[in-house]
Write a protein that binds this ligand. Structure first.
Ligand code: KG4
Ligand code: ZN
Length: 347
């Protein structure tokens, strides 16, 4: 199966993506059309707009992905698409397009779980491949979970977030700090400008592998409100009636302290779980896995090899969907034309 080639689509949120992957790990093409700019002015993803944009982008994105194959469709052995979790309307566009193409070409079809796909980013281009048992930390805009992977397709959930997902916390705090959307990269950039120092609380939730980030978000909000009130008093004294603004050094300091708090909790729990379950390695996945501080701190404290997907494979893409489909297909999984989307599909 080393040359088994899969064309996969991903449309669970705001990226329209198509990719071709060979043998479950060699990326032949990986095309992502981001809708970020479209949703930016709303401060988040608008589901109806996302669906419409996917419909416009799907055909060109698929064409570009197939262009990397010398014989186009003739080199494709199976088609895959994400069927959940995600926005129903958005998922439907990619799932239906993929089903139609597979049907028309007479190719097998595999529906893929988006969370599983994020984990399989760790198999793309990786040398050596991740060993089992493996502890995986999946941190994205919609999910935060810590899992023990016994083997392909065998997941044991160790913990998850009780409120905001890690990426969601980055996005909300970025908004509070006036840093824009998406928040992760913006916070990372602002934090890099800070002089280290300043500590925000950590929600440890003792004796649990669960996470909580909403208290941290509220702590940032309170510091910001205090700062603005202070600035208003100062400008009032000077007789100015301008609306007070957050100053850049304060924003950088908050971004830094927030990022350190999130990274500390994520890394501490992940490393603890890896020790307890005698994991052979740790795998980091999901959009927040692109965070430089998280990558660096996890490697420093892991004690076992750490598998870090390339940055462009951490955020939503279709290559990871193809990789997950490869292992599902070779475990005997195939789906019929009746497979539907499931907005809240669990891992
Ligand atoms: O996995 P993903 O692309 O989409 C979901 O399935 O949710 O993750 C997107 C999330 C966003 O919340 C974004 O702010 C976050 O990943 N993110 C980051 C970084 N790059 C993206 N968070 C922290 N640091 C980053 N460098
Ligand atoms: Zn995702």
């Amino acid at each position: 199966p080393d040359d088994f080639t899969i064309l996969a689509l991903e449309t669970s949120c705001d990226e329209t993506a198509a990719a071709v992957v060979r043998g479950g790990r060699t990326v032949i093409s990986n095309i992502v059309a981001s809708q970020m700019a479209t949703h930016e002015r709303y401060g988040g993803v608008v589901p109806e707009i996302a669906s419409r944009q996917h419909i416009l982008s799907l055909a060109p994105v698929v064409r570009a992905a197939l262009a990397a194959l010398p014989n186009g469709w003739n080199d494709v052995h199976a088609v895959a698409a994400t069927h959940g979790p995600g926005l129903s309307g958005a998922l439907l566009t990619g799932l239906n397009a993929a089903k139609a193409m597979a049907w028309q070409r007479g190719l097998p079809f595999v529906a893929v779980n988006h969370l599983e796909a994020h984990l399989y980013a760790g198999w793309l281009g990786s040398e050596p491949l991740p060993p089992f048992p493996l502890v995986a930390l999946l941190v994205s805009g919609g999910h935060t979970l810590l899992a023990l992977i016994h083997d392909h397709g065998q997941y044991e959930l160790l913990g998850q977030t009780r409120d905001d997902a890690a990426g969601e916390a980055f996005d909300k705090v970025a908004r509070i700090l006036g840093l824009g959307y998406p928040g992760g990269p913006a916070i990372q950039a602002a934090a890099a400008q800070a002089t280290p120092g300043g500590v925000l609380p950590r929600a440890w939730l003792r004796d649990s592998y669960d996470f909580s980030f909403s208290g941290l978000k509220t702590a940032v909000l309170h510091r910001v409100q205090d700062r603005l009130a202070q600035a208003a008093r100062l400008s009032g004294r000077k007789g100015s009636n301008e609306t007070p603004q957050l100053d850049a050094p304060f924003v950088a300091q908050m971004a830094y302290a927030f990022q350190e708090s999130v990274v500390d909790v994520l890394v501490t729990k992940t490393v603890d779980a890896a020790r307890r379950y005698k994991a052979q390695a740790i795998l980091l996945a999901g959009g927040v896995a692109a965070n430089r501080r998280l990558r660096e701190e996890l490697k420093r404290r892991a004690g076992v090899p750490v598998h870090l997907p390339a940055l462009d494979l951490c955020t939503d893409n279709a290559a990871m969907v193809a990789a997950a489909a490869f292992y599902r297909f070779h475990a005997g999984v195939q789906h019929g034309w009746d497979v539907d989307v499931t907005a809240n599909l669990p891992l």
